[in-house]
Every structure is written in C-alpha cells, then in structure tokens.
Write a protein that binds this ligand. Structure first.
Ligand SMILES: Nc1nc2c(ncn2[C@@H]2O[C@H](COP(=O)(O)OP(=O)(O)O)[C@@H](O)[C@H]2O)c(=O)[nH]1
Ligand SMILES: [Mg+2]
Length: 420
C-alpha cells in the first residue's frame, strides 16, 4: 500500500495541514531521481504553502497547470554540423529510428544546400529535431546564419563534428551564448577512432587513453578557436549507451526548463537501465501528482466528480506505457527481426503485452483494487470518489512498473545477444 496517499487522505480528513505540507515535500524527494523531476523549487514551495494553508482548490489548480504544461511542452532541437559529421544518424538515434526506417533521415547523403530540415519525433509530435547546414558552407555568415535558421525557436543547439571544430563553429557558439541559449559540442564516430587505433597500434592500444586524447584534442581545438570552457561529449551513433551519450542526456535534462523535462525523459531511447529508470521516475511522479490532485478534488465540496478508469481506458493506459518504453507492437516486431526470433516468442516473455490475461490476474488488478480499498477506508469509509482516485493510482502504478521491468528484461536479452 502506498503510505503517501493514505497519509494524505488521513491528514486532510483530520485537517492536519501542517503535516500534509511536510509529507508532500518528503515524499516528492523520494519519488524523483537524482536529476530532479518536473516541479521547480518555486512550484514545490508554492504547492507546499497552499497545502499548509489548507487551500485545496489552489493545490488542484497548481498541479493541473503543471501537468498540462508538461504534457504540452514543445521541444525544438537544432543540430548543426558539416555534411558527413553524423547529424542524420544522431537525429535518427534520438528519434528511436533505425536508419532503414521509413521516416528516418537519410544517412550518408551529401548536402550542399543552406536549408534547414525538420524531423518530427514519431511518437511525440511536439518534439522536432532540426538538421541545420554546417558552418563550412561557402555562404556561411555568422551574423545572418542564426536569424536565417530561426534562432529563437530552438531550445538548445548541438554542434556536431567527427573531426575538428571550425572557427565558424566557435563564432556561432559565441552568438548562441550571447543570446542566452545553450549549446553543446558533440564529437561523433569515436568508435571508428578506437577501431583505427587498435588496428594500427595493437600492442600499446588502451581505450581510455585514446578517448582521453580525443577529448584533449577537442578541448585544445576549441580553446584555440576561442571557446573558453566548452562542454564536449564524445559519442558513437552506433553505440549510444557507451561513451558520453548518457552524460549528454543527463546534462540536457538538467538544463532544460522544468516543464520540458517530462517530455525529454520520455523521448530518450530505452537503451540502458538508467534511461528506463529515469522514465519510470518521471512517469511515477506524474501518476502521483494526478492522484494527489484527485484526492484533493474529492475533499472539495461541489467539486467532487466521478471519473472512470474503465477497461478500455486501462488498456489505453497500458498501450501508452508500452509505447513510452519501446514495447509497442511495431517496436517489438523490429526487435524480433533483430533477434531473429518470432514476435510471439518475445511477447510471450513480456507480462505487459497481453492486457486481457493481465486483467484476470488477481496479483495485478485484484491487488490494486485491494490497495485502493484500504487507502480509501482511511478517509472514513469507501467514499466513491476517493476509491476511484486510489484505484486509478494503483492500477497505473502497477502497469508502469510492469512495463518498465519488461523493458529492462528485454534490454538485458538484447545485450546478451550483443545487439542492443
Ligand atoms: N563509425 C561511425 N560512423 C558514423 C557515426 N555517425 C555517422 N556515421 C556514418 O557517417 C556517415 C555520415 O553520416 P550522416 O548521419 O549521414 O551524417 P550527416 O551528413 O551529418 O547527416 C554515414 O555513413 C554514417 O553511417 C558514428 O558515430 N560512428
Ligand atoms: Mg544528413
């Protein structure tokens, strides 16, 4: 049973608002990952204050505002680099697409234009990656480039190179900085560098040493061209989980505005236990905030409403979670093809893929309902709105945990087969 919701209901019933505010903050901190969640420190304080004063309608409206902003967040990412640097590959990786997928950006095509090309995320239409032409094109003018590219629209800039960064990259970075926006240098193809080094110096080859050399060279290169403290991430588009990609993800997440973090966490490809856990954290936070809101609503006279979470809605919810973690039917088909295994074999190993047999499983749905009953009993009997809210909470939570555990299980299988 989730103590936090039961404690919330008990404290509201007993009008123990001081305790309510303390519990809220304590529980929120245990709920979110070390990278924080969707609530800014200011929002946390302001919800806490409303709880302390027993202003439940205000709590409801604040939480609703946060959820709406997180769900509707728009993310526009600019990716700049020369033709061949690995922009298309990087964009496809972030969109969770293989190069052969129909919607994938074409890899290995030589660009000569000065146009920008948008690539929408296949699952999150509010997220767009923009492939921007490199700064090495003959027509490049740092003064006009950013205006031409619609500078203001981007949340941040990724400047990509597979070799050295140019003076024009440095000028661009300065302009981005002057405008108060964030940029990150990404050095691609480190897998190739390692491969080449190992081939040419098999006796003395040391992976860490080569990576350090690449890093030092990039830093020296950027410092030479006037970027004082650059942040540089070494990656391989063929092996995202290795090298600095996880660090890049963390850094971007930390530096995004609070309301955009939920969307960003969802779009990250489920390529490591860490990214799966991060998604679990953000989704758990949302489920909890929604439960808190519903619990608060049920104590506001005239505001109580019945909301259903019937079977079709539960099925939809499960489908949504499967999609977030890359366990939707289409993704499973792709994984099956990679593993050379029939789709049914993979589905048979995933608890989340058969919603209807899950419905009959007492350890899932029955357990959630029993939890909901015991929680709502705390507030002085089975008030139907409280029971409904608790039911939604426990069901969603158990669906989420099931899907996240399945995603980890499948990842482990892919890693064992060495094709993650
Ligand atoms: N070894 C290796 N090759 C890469 C990497 N990223 C891209 N490539 C290859 O580099 C070539 C150019 O990549 P592409 O994504 O089309 O670059 P773009 O022109 O900047 O869009 C293609 O053959 C890619 O397969 C990487 O991280 N490692
Ligand atoms: Mg390209």
């Amino acid at each position: 049973m989730d103590q936090s919701i039961a404690a919330f209901l008990k404290n509201v019933t007993e009008k123990n608002f001081q305790q309510l505010a303390v519990d809220f903050l304590l529980h929120y901190c245990t709920l979110t990952s070390k990278l924080g969640g969707t609530l800014s420190p200011e929002k946390l304080t302001s919800i806490q204050k409303a709880l302390q004063e027993g202003k439940l309608p205000e709590v409801v409206s604040q939480i609703q505002e946060i959820i709406t902003a997180a769900e509707n967040a728009v993310l526009e990412v600019a990716v700049i680099g020369e033709s061949g640097a690995g922009k298309s590959s990087f964009i496809n990786a972030l969109r969770g697409l293989s190069h052969e997928a129909e919607e994938a950006a074409k890899v290995g095509t030589v660009e000569t234009t000065m146009h920008k090309t948008p690539y929408q995320h296949p699952k999150y239409p509010n997220v767009t990656f923009w492939d921007l032409p490199g700064t090495g094109t003959p027509n490049f003018r740092p003064e006009t480039y950013l205006n031409k590219m619609g500078f203001d629209n981007y949340d941040f800039f990724i400047i990509i190179s597979s070799l050295r960064f140019s003076l024009n990259d440095a000028l661009l970075a300065q302009k981005i900085k002057d405008a108060g926006k964030k940029f990150y240098f990404v050095r691609t193809k480190v897998d190739s560098d390692l491969y080449n080094e190992e081939k040419t110096k098999p006796r003395t080859f040391k992976k860490e040493k080569v990576l350090q050399q690449i890093r030092d060279n990039c830093l020296a290169n950027l410092s030479d061209i006037g970027v004082p403290e650059p942040r540089i991430f070494l990656i391989s588009n063929f092996d995202l989980d290795s090298f600095d990609f996880p660090k890049l993800e963390e850094t971007l997440l930390r530096e995004l505005p609070w309301h955009k973090r939920h969307m960003f966490a969802l779009l990250l490809p489920s390529i490591s236990d860490a990214s799966i856990e991060l998604k679990r954290h953000f989704l758990r936070e949302k489920i909890w905030l929604e439960a808190l809101k519903s619990a608060a609503v049920s104590f506001i006279p005239c505001m109580t409403f019945m909301f259903g979470f019937d079977l079709p809605e539960q099925e939809r919810c499960m489908k949504e979670y499967r999609s977030y973690f890359g366990l939707d039917d289409k993704s499973i088909e792709e994984i099956a093809a990679k593993l050379g295994t029939p789709v049914q074999d993979i589905k048979g190993r995933l608890k989340c893929s058969d919603f209807w047999s899950l419905e009959k499983d007492d350890s899932v749905v029955g357990k959630a309902l029993r939890c909901a009953e015991s929680v709502s009993a705390v507030s002085g009997g089975l008030q139907s709105s409280v029971f409904q809210a608790s039911k939604v909470y426990f069901l969603r939570l158990s669906f989420l945990n099931m899907v996240a555990d399945d995603a980890k299980h499948l990842l482990n299988k892919l890693e064992t087969a060495n094709i993650a």
